[in-house]
Design a protein around this ligand. Structure first.
Ligand SMILES: NC(=O)c1ccc[n+]([C@@H]2O[C@H](COP(=O)([O-])OP(=O)(O)OC[C@H]3O[C@@H](n4cnc5c(N)ncnc54)[C@H](O)[C@@H]3O)[C@@H](O)[C@H]2O)c1
Length: 379
C-alpha cells in the first residue's frame, strides 16, 4: 500500500538532487524521508541544506522500510548497481538516465523489475511537460498535416571553453564536469528528445548513426572522454524519420522541428517546460513556395502541471516522472514512465553513442586540392 504522502528516498545527493528537491517541493503528495550518498561530506551538506535525514549506507536506508520509491540520482556508472540493490530489496525505482551504461545491464534490470513486480522508470521525463504535450496534441490534431521528417537538436555550445569550474548547484555541489565528459553528451542528453519522439511516433525501428570525439584532451592528456558529437537517423514504424543531433561544440541550439505536409511545427527548447509551440503553415504564393513567416502559437485550455523557475540552463520540473509513477501506483494503472520505455531509450541512445566513425565506407575516388579564387587570396 502506498503511503500518503508517498515516501521517497534519494540516493545520490549531487548537482541534480537539488533540482529534484525544488521540483518535489511543488507537490503535497510526496515527501523525502531519507538520503544516502557515498560521499559523506556531500551527504551532510545536502541534508543540512534541505533538512533531511542522512543515511550512511544504502542498506540502512532500504532497511527502514520507509521508502515507497527510490530516486537513483547517482552518477551514470553507479546507476545499474544502485537500481539493482533497490529493486532486489523490493522498492520501486526512478533512475536518472541512462538506466545503465551497458545494454546487457539494462536488460537485466528490466527483467528484475518484472520478476519482482516493481515499477522501474528512467529520466528524462520532459515528454510529460507542457511543451511536449502541446506539441504532441498539435500533431494529433493534424495542424501540420501528416508529419514526415523531424530535426531535433541538442547542441550545447563549446562547453569545454565555458567557465564550468564555477557552476554550482543550489546547495553548492560542483557541476561534475569530469563525469559529464567521460559519459558524453549523447548518453547525457539524447533522451531529452528521444522520449518526445517515442511518445509521438512510437518505438524506433532502425537507427543509422555516427559519433566522434572531436576534442580529445577535455580533462587532460591520457584521460579518455566519450564522443562529443553524434547524429542519429531514426526510422519509425509510420514512415516518419528523425535526425537527432547532440554536441558540446556547435552553437547552442535545442530546436525541435517537425516537417509535415501542410507546414512546420517548432519548439525552441525542450529544457524549458513552457517553451512555445509554433506552427508555420506552408503555401504557394504566385511562383514561390513559402512557410508563413509569422507562426501561430499552439495552446491548450486549462492548467497543465506545476512549474519551477529557471536555474542555470534549464527550467524543468524533474518531479514529473516520479510523480507520474506514484499517481499510477495510486490509481492502479500502467505508468507513462515505464521500464519498457527506459530500456528502449537506453538501447537507441547507446546505438548512437557507440557509432564512433559511423557505419562508413572508405571512399575510393579523390580529387586534387582546390585553389581559392585570386580575389579571395589578396592580403
Ligand atoms: N548535472 C546536471 O545538470 C544534470 C541534469 C539532469 C540530469 N543529470 C543526471 O543526474 C545524475 C547525477 O548527476 P549529477 O550532476 O547530480 O552528478 P554529481 O556527481 O553532482 O552527483 C552524483 C552523486 O552521486 C553520488 N554517488 C555516486 N555513486 C554512488 C553510489 N554508488 N551510492 C551512493 N551515492 C553515489 C556521488 O557521490 C555524488 O554526490 C546523472 O545521471 C546525470 O546524467 C544531471
Amino acid at each position: 500500500m502506498l503511503r500518503n504522502p508517498a515516501q521517497i528516498g534519494i540516493v545520490g545527493a549531487g548537482f541534480v538532487a537539488d533540482l529534484y528537491m525544488r521540483s518535489l517541493a511543488l507537490y503535497d503528495g510526496v515527501r523525502v524521508v531519507g538520503v544516502h550518498d557515498i560521499d559523506t561530506d556531500r551527504l551532510g551538506q545536502f541534508c543540512r541544506y534541505w533538512k533531511l535525514q542522512p543515511f550512511q549506507s544504502l542498506d540502512t536506508l532500504l532497511e527502514t522500510g520507509r521508502c515507497d520509491l527510490i530516486l537513483n540520482l547517482t552518477n551514470p556508472g553507479s546507476h545499474c548497481e544502485v537500481t539493482r540493490r533497490c529493486l532486489s530489496s523490493g522498492v520501486h525505482v526512478y533512475s536518472e538516465k541512462p538506466l545503465a551504461m551497458q545494454l546487457s545491464d539494462a536488460i537485466n534490470l528490466h527483467e528484475l523489475a518484472q520478476e519482482k513486480n516493481l515499477l522501474l522508470g528512467s529520466a528524462p521525463c520532459n515528454f510529460l511537460s507542457e511543451s511536449a504535450q502541446i506539441a504532441w496534441r498539435t500533431l494529433r490534431d493534424f495542424k501540420i498535416g501528416r508529419p514526415r521528417l523531424v530535426y531535433a537538436e541538442l547542441d550545447d555550445g563549446f562547453v569545454t571553453q565555458a567557465p564550468f569550474n564555477s557552476w554550482v548547484s543550489e546547495s553548492a555541489a560542483p557541476w561534475p564536469y569530469q563525469d559529464e565528459f567521460e559519459v558524453g553528451c549523447t548518453l547525457e542528453h539524447a533522451g531529452y528528445y528521444l522520449t518526445w519522439l517515442v511518445a509521438m511516433f512510437g518505438p524506433v525501428k532502425r537507427v543509422a548513426a555516427a559519433s566522434a570525439c572531436l576534442i580529445e584532451d577535455k580533462i587532460g592528456p591520457n584521460v579518455e572522454t566519450a564522443p562529443d558529437f553524434s547524429v542519429g537517423i531514426l526510422y519509425f514504424g509510420n514512415d516518419v524519420v528523425a535526425r537527432l543531433t547532440c554536441s558540446i561544440l556547435a552553437t547552442h541550439d535545442h530546436r525541435f522541428r517537425v516537417i509535415g505536409d501542410r507546414g512546420v511545427m517548432e519548439v525552441k527548447d525542450c529544457w524549458d517546460n513552457e517553451s512555445p509551440v509554433v506552427v508555420n503553415k506552408r503555401m504557394a504564393i504566385r511562383r514561390r513556395l513559402i512557410e508563413l513567416p509569422i507562426g501561430r502559437r499552439q495552446k491548450i485550455a486549462g492548467p497543465t502541471h506545476p512549474k519551477v523557475s529557471r536555474r542555470g540552463a534549464a527550467s524543468m520540473n524533474f518531479a514529473l516522472g516520479p510523480v507520474e509513477m506514484i499517481d499510477a501506483l495510486r490509481e492502479g494503472r500502467n505508468p507513462r514512465v515505464s521500464a519498457d520505455m527506459a530500456l528502449h531509450i537506453n538501447e537507441v541512445t547507446l546505438a548512437i553513442q557507440d557509432a564512433v566513425g559511423g557505419r562508413a565506407i572508405d571512399v575510393k575516388t579523390t580529387c586534387p586540392p582546390i585553389e581559392p579564387m585570386p580575389w579571395a587570396s589578396q592580403p
